[in-house]
Design a protein around this ligand. Structure first.
Ligand code: DAK
Length: 258
């Protein structure tokens, strides 16, 4: 992978978008590398994925404007589909994902962060969807995910005005879950990943699926989705181990993802 580094750190992994000269902007290759990175994840052993950007300035400063500037309508659609397919795959990855947003997260960068389950930001992070100022719409799910995360009114305000917001405002509107001094961001993300990895993977993944799938449907259907995910956890080694340990008033054995 030319532009994405993938590092396994015990039970979690860190993917770093590594194209710092262009502030990690997303060209075809970066997007293809993100797909290849997901192919590499061993779902038996990896329990959480962190995505971050290389360098001190940017998470991802957007889709590559140079590459997009000459696209035809058909090529624009194909580029949108490439990004959408990869971002949707990321959003529905079985394991939890954390975006560690270490600087600019604009356009496709903001959309990449929004495709993750949880967003942690440095105090230097800047979020925004500048597309209408470039004569286009957000094209990697921004109109849809922003509205779901911060509500339609705030999403429309940010997208129509193309206004960038800094980390404290992103926290205030619920776009990010926490803000850290830049030097502490990765440690905080890794601490969260370790904590998630310490819980029963089958149950954590079932929670992700229940939340994601349940948000797509009405409440009557959503609670059925939860019932199915809940039921699916029973008879796993981890469920039996943890409940037996509780009954016997002892710590449970480490979870084995079975
Ligand atoms: N694309 C390509 N290169 C970029 C880039 C980008 N998005 N952002 C930065 N760079 C490059 C700069 O050109 C510069 O390269 P050199 O001149 O050194 O060769 C280098 O990174 C450093 O950037 P600056 O010199 O500009 O650094 P500053 O600190 O002065 O400014 C900045 C940082 C983030 C404020 C600025 O670089 C900036 O405004 N960047 C563009 C941000 C932006 O507008 N991003 C959104 C892109 S639009 C769709 C599919 C996808 C999308 C939409 C539709 N469909 C198919 C429908 C997605 C759209 C977007 O993401």
């Amino acid at each position: 992978m030319a532009f994405v580094d993938y590092e396994v750190k015990g039970q979690y992994a860190v993917a770093t978008i590594n194209r710092p000269k262009a502030l990690n902007a997303l060209n075809d290759q970066v997007i293809t590398d993100l797909a290849e990175m997901m192919d590499k994840i061993d779902m038996d052993t990896i329990r959480c994925l962190i995505i971050t950007g290389s360098g001190e300035k940017a998470f991802v400063a957007g889709a590559d404007i140079g590459q997009m500037s000459t696209l035809t309508k058909a090529e624009g659609e194909a580029f949108g589909k490439l990004g959408n397919d990869v971002f949707r795959r990321l959003e529905t990855l079985p394991i939890p994902t954390i975006a560690a947003v270490n600087g600019f997260a604009l356009g496709g960068g903001c959309e990449l962060a929004m495709s993750c389950d949880i967003r942690l930001a440095s105090d230097t992070a800047v979020f925004g969807q500048p597309e209408v100022g470039l004569g286009i719409t957000p094209g990697f799910g921004g109109t849809q995910r922003m509205a779901r995360l911060v509500g339609p009114g705030k999403a429309k305000e940010l997208i129509y005005t193309a206004r960038n917001i800094k980390a404290p405002e992103a926290l205030e509107i619920g776009l990010v879950q926490a803000v850290y001094p830049a030097a502490e961001l990765m440690a905080a993300a890794e601490k969260m990943a370790s904590r998630i990895a310490g819980n029963a993977p089958i149950a954590v993944r079932a929670c992700k699926k229940a939340i994601n799938d349940g948000l797509q449907v009405g409440m009557d259907e959503a609670i059925v989705i939860e019932e199915q995910q809940f039921g699916g956890c029973f008879e796993s080694e981890d469920q039996k181990n943890a409940m037996a340990a509780f009954m016997e008033k002892r710590p449970h054995d480490p979870f084995v993802n079975r």
